[in-house]
Write a protein that binds this ligand. Structure first.
Ligand code: GDP
Ligand code: MG
Length: 597
């Protein structure tokens, strides 16, 4: 295929606006897949994607399209995720593309991620084709959506709006034509040395690391000797090929192509997404700019159940290879032993990684309560300590002051739900910065502690707005916060992995709530066990986990309460030394911390 006839583009949109459906229609209308295959959505094949009905991983597919001008074009498209937690995945896909289809659902109009993804595309200098989708739906307001799109960017002022139904296929042909007439062909040269962007990767049990590449210059054949430029890591092109969407081996890849390279590397850490692949014999002079590493916003500990530390290590290494926004490093806790401190872009991301560990690696991990990163300034210290694990939060006597991360949250909602949404944001310590109308919708901008939105804010927002509100968040720096560490003591021994950090004003209520939940989920022992939440050395709340079977205290109905407590305490004192190590911590115990309001 001549490079002039190649087009590389991404499909971007707000979640649920129809990217994967349009991707399916494109594959169907270019006969990339048979009609039988196209019965079901082809691209969202991860179990987590089917379970949640969302795209988590970008997918690449090569299609051949015979256009109305009689020429055949090669269309490489990348279907991208829409959820705000996967923006990093989108930005990688855009760096491998020359253009983007920006889909907007005509029943919902322009939404937060529409704007965010358009910005990403413009930052990558892509040609953007706006497409109005779902025009078949009864609730579609095509004209209003067209107006909203026009107001997004001067580039859209006088484009002809494509109006389609990805579901029925109506006018999808117009999209196929617009791609080759509007999006530029790649500009690379076959004669230059090989320069290929590694925009994604995957670990295959048999073949090792497979790099997904976009060739900017040069060409690539099987058995070529290559190297990764950031690390000088040598790589053999054991096999090269394209995505149809399955991997299909090919004899050559040339400038402008999107495809894969089976590298033969077995160590999952040997390759970094964003690196440049070039040839050993004739290397390119400069590497591609690559990506900024993603910044984790939420952290949690992952611990193996039973004797599976090594399995968990291999699994997180391989997942990190496939998801460059997932970070991990070893950590250990007295209560749980060896595990990993993991960093995520948000709580939904955390949930997806847990499910992928289960689905793809058969591992159920114990997950500690998520937290954000604090900057702790200790007395007489120079630089602040960066604390992303509550276990490492210094003793209160040593702390001068603490800073916590703030978020700017942009919420788009309907005027009907406005007051409930504002109430929710205020409950989460949000301060209103800006409020404006966007068509019939209201756009609110709040500044609030990142920890407040890191947990269930998104779900609460969906619920108070009956599903209409949308949210994007951005880190807005750090600010001083009066936060304290809440420790949990079981049988007078601190269980380090249950510690968490909260605003001081919220601590008493959360401490109460937590011990009452723990009462029912901490496995019972022969003796009653006190469970306490402790803040700055003082117990704020206490309950007793009842013993397994009846004992002196349990049938001492006639005893006074204080005597009963004294007895309970004596009983547990006897077990104190051994108490700490023999408390089992099932996942429900951590969920109790997670579910606190
Ligand atoms: P994505 O999150 O952007 O990949 O969205 P999907 O392609 O998964 O589509 C989300 C939902 O919208 C699915 O239930 C689709 O069946 C539906 N959908 C997609 N395109 C259309 C369309 O043109 N018309 C209608 N009525 N529904 C559509
Ligand atoms: Mg999708």
């Amino acid at each position: 295929m001549q490079i002039q006839n190649v087009r590389n583009f991404a499909i971007i949109a707000h979640i649920d606006h129809g990217k994967s459906t349009l991707a399916d229609r494109i594959m169907e209308q270019t006969q990339t897949v048979s009609d039988r295959e196209s019965q079901a959505q082809l691209l969202d094949d991860l179990a987590v994607e089917q379970a949640h009905g969302v795209t988590v991983k970008s997918r690449t597919v090569r299609n051949y399209y015979t256009a109305d001008d009689g020429q055949e074009y090669e269309y490489n498209f990348i279907d991208t995720p829409g959820h705000v937690d996967f923006t990093y995945e989108v930005s990688k896909s855009l760096a491998a593309s020359d253009g983007a289809l920006l889909l907007v659902d005509a029943t919902q109009g322009v939404q937060a991620q529409t704007v965010a993804n358009l910005r990403l595309a413009q930052d990558n200098h892509l040609t953007v084709i706006p497409v109005i989708n779902k025009i078949d739906a009864a609730a579609a307001d095509v004209e209003r959506t067209a107006e909203q799109i026009r107001s997004l960017s001067p580039d859209f002022a006088d484009v002809t709006m494509l109006k389609i139904s990805a579901k029925t296929g109506l006018n999808v042909h117009d999209v196929l034509e617009a791609i080759h007439t509007t999006i530029p062909a790649p500009t690379g040269s076959l004669k230059q040395p090989l320069k290929a962007l590694v925009f994604d990767s995957q670990y295959d049990a048999f073949k090792g690391i497979i790099a997904y590449v976009r060739l900017m210059d040069g060409q690539l054949k099987p058995n070529d000797k290559l190297k990764l430029m950031a690390t000088d890591q040598p790589v053999m092109a054991n096999e090269i090929g394209i995505f149809t969407p399955q991997r299909v081996a090919a004899k050559q890849l040339v400038a402008g192509d999107v495809g894969y390279v089976v590298t033969g590397l077995k160590d999952p850490q040997a390759l970094r997404v964003g690196d440049t692949l070039t040839s050993v014999a004739n290397p390119t002079a400069t590497a591609l700019p690559g990506y900024q590493p993603s910044q984790s916003m939420v952290f949690a500990g992952f611990y193996p159940q039973g004797d599976h530390y090594h399995d968990l290590q291999l699994a997180v290494e391989k997942l990190a290879l496939n998801d460059a926004s997932f970070h991990y490093r070893p950590e250990s806790s007295d209560a749980l032993g060896a595990g990993f401190r993991c960093g995520f872009l948000g709580i939904f991301h955390l949930q997806i990684i847990r499910e992928r560990l289960h689905d793809e690696y058969g591992l159920d991990v114990l997950t500690t309560a998520p937290n954000v990163t604090y900057r702790v300034h200790v007395k007489n210290g120079d630089d602040p300590l960066i604390v992303d694990n509550p276990i490492k939060f210094p003793d209160y006597s040593k702390i001068d002051y603490v800073e916590e991360p703030l978020a700017t949250a942009t919420i788009t909602t309907t005027s009907e739900s406005l007051s409930d949404v504002m109430k929710l944001a205020t409950q989460h310590k949000g301060e209103l910065q800006d409020m404006r109308n966007q068509g019939d919708l209201v756009v609110l901008e709040y500044q609030l502690p990142f920890a407040e939105i890191a947990y269930d804010f998104f779900n609460a927002l969906k619920s108070v707005s009956h599903g209409y509100a949308t949210l994007t968040t951005e880190l807005a720096g750090y600010d001083i916060a009066d936060v304290v560490k809440v420790e949990v003591h079981v049988n007078y021994a601190r269980v380090d992995a249950l510690s968490f950090v909260v605003h001081r004003e919220d601590a008493p209520l959360m401490a109460q709530e937590l011990v009452h939940k723990l009462k029912f989920v901490i496995p019972r022992k022969l003796n009653p066990m006190p469970v306490q939440s402790v803040v700055e050395g003082k117990a704020l709340a206490r309950v007793d986990v009842p013993p397994l079977r009846k004992n002196a205290a349990a049938n001492g109905e006639k005893r006074s309460t204080s005597k009963k407590q004294a007895l309970l305490r004596r009983q547990s004192m006897n077990k104190r030394q051994s108490a700490h190590s023999d408390i089992e911590l099932p996942q429900e115990v951590f969920n109790a911390v997670l579910d606190l309001e």
